[in-house]
Ligand binder design. Structure first.
Ligand code: FSX
Ligand code: SF4
Length: 294
C-alpha cells in the first residue's frame, strides 16, 4: 500500500492593532476544534502548519522571528499569511511591532510589505485588518489602516480575502481556509465588493432575523428585554451582511439579537464610526431600500 501523503500549508499569523479577540474566537471553535484545525489534517490530506502566532506559539525571541523570514524564503508562493488587526502607520509604526532589529522594533507595516508579496493568499481576519475597525476609529491616533489599504499603497497584487467581524465567527475563518485548501483561491464571483466570501456574508442580518415579522408589523422593542424588533433601539441588522441569525454563535447557542442585543454592524467597513452609536436608531439615509420590494 502506498503511504498516504499529507500536504502541508505553512501559515503565518501576524497581530497588529487589535484586541486579540479574533484569535480567541478561533480558539473557541468547537466543530472543528482548534486542535482539529491546528494539529489534525484540516481536510483529508491537507494540514495547516501554523509556524508563527505570537499568542499561542511556544517559541520566543529571535528564533521565532526568524521563522517568518525562513517561511517566506523557503515556501515562496505556497504559504498563507493571516493578518489580525490594523496596520498602524503613525510614529513610524511604533504602535504595532513584531520582534526587533538592532534593538529597534520591526513595525507591522514592514512585515506586511515583506511577507504578503510572496504568500499564496492573504486573509485579513477581523474588521480591524479588513477595514481598520476600532483602532482606525476617529480620531485614529495610531493612523491605523487596513491590509487592503497597504496593498493598494504598496502595489501588492497577492490575492486578499477579508473575513471581518469584531470578532469574526470561527466558522467564517475556518470555512474560508478550508475552501482555499479544497478548491483553491476564491473566484472573483465568490467574494463581495469588500472581498468578503459571499458564503458567509452574502445576506443581510435583517433578511433572516427571527424578529423580522415584528419589524414588518411595526412592533418595536422599547427596552432591550422586549421580544420585538430592536430597530428603534439601534439594531444595524438592516445594513449588515452576515449569517449570524442562521449560523448562531458559541456552537449554536445564541446570537446578538437572540439574546436581546441589537446587531452592532461589526462586519461592515462602516464599523465603528458610521454605525455608531450602538443604541441609536440608524437614519433613513442609511437604509435606502428598507421595506422596499426587491
Ligand atoms: Fe479587531 Fe481582532 Fe475586534 Fe478584537 O484582534 S476585529 S478589535 S474583536 O479581535 O482585530
Ligand atoms: Fe431583526 Fe434588527 Fe431587522 Fe429588527 S431591525 S428585524 S431586530 S435585524
Amino acid at each position: 500500500m502506498p503511504r498516504s501523503e499529507t500536504r502541508e500549508y505553512p501559515l503565518l499569523w501576524l497581530q497588529g492593532g487589535a484586541c486579540t479577540g479574533c484569535s480567541v474566537s478561533l480558539l473557541n471553535s468547537v466543530s472543528p476544534s482548534a486542535r482539529n484545525v491546528l494539529v489534525d489534517e484540516m481536510i483529508p490530506g491537507k494540514h495547516i502548519n501554523m509556524r508563527f502566532h505570537s499568542t499561542i506559539m511556544a517559541g520566543v525571541g529571535d528564533p521565532a522571528i526568524a521563522e517568518l523570514e525562513r517561511t517566506r524564503d523557503e515556501a515562496s508562493g505556497a504559504y498563507l499569511l493571516v493578518v489580525e488587526g490594523s496596520v498602524p502607520l503613525g510614529a513610524d509604526g511604533v504602535y504595532g511591532v513584531i520582534g526587533e532589529h538592532n534593538g529597534k522594533g520591526i513595525p507591522m507595516h514592514a512585515w506586511v510589505k515583506s511577507l504578503a508579496p510572496d504568500a499564496l493568499a492573504v486573509v485579513a481576519v477581523g474588521t480591524c485588518a479588513a477595514f481598520g475597525g476600532i483602532p482606525a476609529g476617529a480620531p485614529n491616533p495610531t493612523e491605523s489602516v487596513s491590509v487592503e489599504e497597504v496593498f493598494s499603497s504598496e502595489g501588492i497584487p497577492t490575492p486578499l480575502i477579508n473575513v471581518p467581524g469584531c470578532p469574526p465567527h470561527p466558522d467564517w475563518f475556518v470555512g474560508t481556509i478550508a475552501s482555499v485548501l479544497l478548491q483553491g483561491l476564491p473566484k472573483e464571483s465568490d467574494l463581495d465588493e469588500y472581498l468578503r466570501p459571499k458564503a458567509f456574508y452574502g445576506q443581510l442580518i435583517h433578511e433572516n432575523c427571527p424578529r423580522r415579522a415584528y419589524f414588518d408589523e411595526g412592533k418595536f422593542a422599547k427596552k432591550l428585554s422586549d421580544p420585538y424588533c430592536l430597530y428603534e433601539l439601534g439594531c444595524k441588522g438592516p445594513v449588515t451582511h452576515a449569517d449570524c441569525p442562521t449560523r448562531l454563535w458559541n456552537h449554536g447557542v445564541n446570537w446578538c439579537v437572540g439574546s436581546g442585543a441589537p446587531c452592532i454592524g461589526c462586519v461592515e467597513p462602516a464599523f465603528p464610526d458610521v454605525v455608531a452609536p450602538v443604541y441609536e436608531k440608524i437614519t433613513d439615509e442609511a437604509l435606502p431600500n428598507i421595506g422596499a420590494e426587491e
